[in-house]
Ligand binder design. Structure first.
Ligand SMILES: Nc1ncnc2c1ncn2[C@@H]1O[C@H](COP(=O)(O)OP(=O)(O)OP(=O)(O)O)[C@@H](O)[C@H]1O
Ligand SMILES: [Mg+2]
Length: 280
């Protein structure tokens, strides 16, 4: 287990309740999708998982150690746990793209050469090397988002929290981002992301935590949680269409119980082709 949130309760100033005795675990190497309706507390949780907000009760454990909130402890915490905010405008602050992405690696105390290499790798991975000298405020929404993600991956954290990473990206941008995240994962980063996209959660995550009203209503294997109509309804979500199709194929005997369920559109097309050729 990498990180544990135990009984977190938090209200924003003015008394708006956001987290209510929330518990959740993140296992090393298992991609976790956090799903839930607007206002459920997803962003507030991520802000607790890297120490930006501290709970009024409960605690966060990283590798079994309860985290503290002194300046020194927070610096160490954020080196291990990176966060990409929902809105890139809240994240970017430097004058140029290259400066923004360099800030983290330089602060890690890396020598100039290594920091430069990390920055150019991150810019290349997000395909924004050509934007390096551009002012961050003069970029499109999707370009800003990529810069924010490049800044986070240049830190090579143990764990990366991404708040709605694909929202607002075009289709190719989303597919490409997932490939970049897979590479980062292969280097040892555990991925946690929030989303409203049930298809993304089903196709990409290993585990899903469903939120409602500041609590986790279910956490477990993606295909299991996402197939549970009752809890999905509670979180105002639908069962992913490809999962519905796979479960139907099983019920009709077109797929054996121990056959893998389709996870992508392409898997679903293959299943359909197999079913039709079996009938011929
Ligand atoms: N800065 C803030 N000040 C006061 N209340 C806030 C603030 N940010 C969020 N809230 C409230 O806290 C609750 C949880 O909000 P949060 O942003 O965590 O939800 P979310 O699940 O991320 O929603 P979304 O899907 O819209 O991003 C909501 O009731 C919201 O109105
Ligand atoms: Mg949010």
């Amino acid at each position: 287990m990498l990180l544990e949130a135990c009984g977190l309760t938090y209200s924003y100033p003015g008394g708006v309740p956001a987290l209510a005795d929330l518990s959740l675990t993140v296992t090393r190497g298992k991609r976790l999708a956090i799903l839930g309706p607007n206002g459920a507390g997803k962003t507030t949780l991520l802000l607790h998982l890297n120490g930006t907000l501290s709970p009024s009760s409960g605690r966060v454990l990283l590798n079994g150690t309860a985290m503290g909130y002194s300046r020194k402890e927070l610096t160490a915490w954020r080196r291990q746990v990176g966060l990409v905010l929902q809105d890139a405008d809240d994240q970017l602050f430097a004058a140029s793209v290259a400066e923004d992405v360099s800030f983290g690696p330089l602060n890690l105390g890396l020598d100039d050469g290594e920091a430069r290499e990390r920055v150019s790798d991150a810019l290349a991975a997000l395909r924004i090397a050509d934007l390096a000298d551009r002012p961050t405020h003069m970029l499109s929404f999707g370009q800003k988002k990529r810069v924010a993600i490049a800044g986070a991956i240049a830190m090579r954290p143990d764990m990366l929290l991404l708040d709605e990473p694909t929202a607002g990206l075009d289709h190719h941008g989303s597919v490409h981002l997932l490939a970049v995240l897979e590479k980062l994962e292969a280097m040892g980063t555990t991925l946690v992301f929030t989303t409203h996209d049930v298809d993304l959660a089903y196709g990409f995550a290993h585990e899903v935590a469903l939120f409602n009203a500041g609590r986790v209503v279910a956490q477990g294997a993606a295909a299991k949680v996402l197939a549970d109509r009752d809890v999905m309804n509670q979180a105002h979500l639908n069962v992913p269409v490809i999962l519905q199709l796979g479960l139907k194929a099983r019920a009709l005997g077109l797929l054996a119980d121990d056959d893998a369920l389709p996870r992508s559109g392409q898997d679903a097309v293959l299943l359909l082709e197999r079913a039709v050729s079996g009938r011929a």
